[in-house]
Every structure is written in C-alpha cells, then in structure tokens.
Design a protein around this ligand. Structure first.
Ligand code: ATP
Ligand code: MG
Length: 257
C-alpha cells in the first residue's frame, strides 16, 4: 500500500534519513521503533508531506506522492495523528474534529461521520467542551478521531500512548486492533470490553480494515497490538520483520537504552 524507496531527508544541511526503504503492506499494523532522535517522526512527516525529501520516492497505491502536498496525501487516504497530539485547546471537540475534514477540503465531506462517536463515545459526550479541558487520554482519542473523519486507508500514529495512563493505553490498543484486525479482534471474554461498544466497533472495523503505521516505544503494547516491526537507527532502516520475530538480541541492540 505504502512504498518508500531509498529516501534521503535533510533539515538544512543536517542529513537525517539515509537511503531509507520501507514497504507497508495493505492490512498490516506496522510498528516503527528505535531510540529517541533516530528519525521516526521525521519519517512520518515525510510520508505525510509536511517536510520535503531530497532523494528517493514515496508511493501510495502505486501513485507517486513524493512531492505531493499534504492535502493531496490526505485525499489519497492517509490520516495522521502527530506526536504530542496537537489538538486546538481553545476550539471545542466538535470544531477540532471538523478541522480534520479541512485536511482535504476538495473531498467535500462536510460532517463528522457518526462512526467516530461510536468508536469514541466520550467525544460525543464532550462535543461542546474545549479541547484543552480534556484529559490527556481524551485528547488522544480526539486526535485519533480527527484523523479518522476522512475514512483513511492508511492511518499513521506518532506515539499515541505517550504520557497516557495505563487503562487508556489499553483502550487505544483495542481501538487500533479493531480498526486493523491483523492481530484479530480482542476477545471480549478475555479482555473485558463493554459489550455494546465492542459490537459497534467490530462492525465499524469490518467496514474500515485500516492499514496502520505507528510509532510505539512500549514493547508489550507493541507485541500485543502490532503484527510487523521496522527499526530505525540514526536515520536508517536497520531491521524489519514480523513482530513474532522481534527477539531479545534485536531489542538489546537497537531498543534498550
Ligand atoms: N525541525 C528540525 N530541524 C532540525 N533538526 C531536527 C528537526 N526536527 C528534528 N530534528 C532532528 O532530527 C533527528 C530526528 O528527529 P525525530 O524527531 O525524527 O526523532 P524521533 O525518532 O521521532 O525521536 P523521539 O523518539 O524523541 O520522538 C534528531 O536529531 C532531531 O534533533
Ligand atoms: Mg518522535
């Protein structure tokens, strides 16, 4: 689905991504890993068109988007949840969600799909509250909801669990698994999820089948939710594979601080 081929990226003269190649197959849930400062966010911003690449190419469903504007990439079905969430604190929850529609105004989607509120009921309850008054976990749900309003085929998330309390982390994991399904849907008998929410989400999930590329540092969470990994080290792709093949040696070499 997403095909990144030998890209190089620079901040001024500072060479940050080096000859980086990565394929994100349709339907996968890929975890982008690596220590702080290795270029994870830079790669996601390059995919989204927020910063330019100097060499190489990025293709979405075979279409070359290497120099396309971010808006065009959103129209082609890429949704983005930035690191640190970047919601608008003074806008209401509803207004924040509508800014997601503007990311690709040409698509002419005018209203927030009801599905978003089925995935995140808390957003419906808080529609008129200011974004800045939400808890960290609720703000993260808002940021994910905003990225889903255009019904993306590929959802890119940059450390969605950073600074969030454990029960919300696990809820976000459940939502990601239901959007994606490469790991199956968590069994409500094993992991207690409120029945009604579970049913609506699995319904949505059947309709969506979203491919996911996510930066995540929490290993147990990554192993539970994602099915593939890619590790960056100093701006290079140094290891990729199935999550089940991520062994202790690789973890020690590239991830342990
Ligand atoms: N706007 C910028 N201008 C110049 N250098 C930058 C800029 N943004 C990031 N960098 C540098 O590029 C490198 C990669 O940063 P990046 O934010 O992509 O890392 P990261 O892997 O996402 O780190 P973290 O895990 O801390 O989020 C770092 O050395 C960083 O200092
Ligand atoms: Mg980062």
């Amino acid at each position: 689905m997403l095909s990144i081929s030998a890209i190089d990226q620079y901040y001024g003269e500072s060479h940050t991504l080096w000859d980086l190649t990565l394929d994100v197959p349709e339907g996968s849930c890929m975890c982008l890993m690596g220590r702080n400062g290795v270029g994870k966010t830079t790669l996601l911003k390059s995919i989204m068109g927020l910063i330019p690449i100097r060499e190489g190419s990025i293709k979405m469903d075979g279409e070359d988007i290497s120099t396309a504007k971010a808006e065009v990439r959103a129209e082609l079905g890429i949704g983005y949840v930035p690191q640190g969430r970047e919601i608008f604190p003074l806008l209401t929850v509803e207004e924040n969600l509508k800014t997601g529609l503007r990311a690709a105004s040409k698509m002419g989607v005018k209203t927030v799909p009801e599905q978003i509120y089925e995935i995140f009921p808390v957003l419906k309850q808080m529609l008129n509250r200011r974004g800045g008054d939400l808890s960290g976990g609720q703000q993260q749900q808002l940021a994910i909801g905003r990225a889903l309003v255009l019904n993306p085929k590929l959802l890119i998330l940059d450390e969605p669990t950073e600074g969030i309390q454990p029960n919300i982390v696990s809820e976000i994991g459940d939502v990601i698994m239901r959007l994606n399904r490469s790991k199956g849907i968590p069994d409500p008998k094993v992991e207690p999820v409120k029945g009604e929410v579970y049913q609506t989400i699995s319904k949505i999930n059947k309709e969506m089948g979203v491919t996911i590329l996510i930066v995540e540092q929490k290993l147990p969470f990554a192993r539970r939710v994602m099915d593939q990994f890619c590790i960056l080290e100093r701006g290079r792709n140094v290891a990729t594979g199935k999550m089940s093949d991520l062994n202790e040696q690789i973890v020690k070499q590239y991830l342990t601080v």
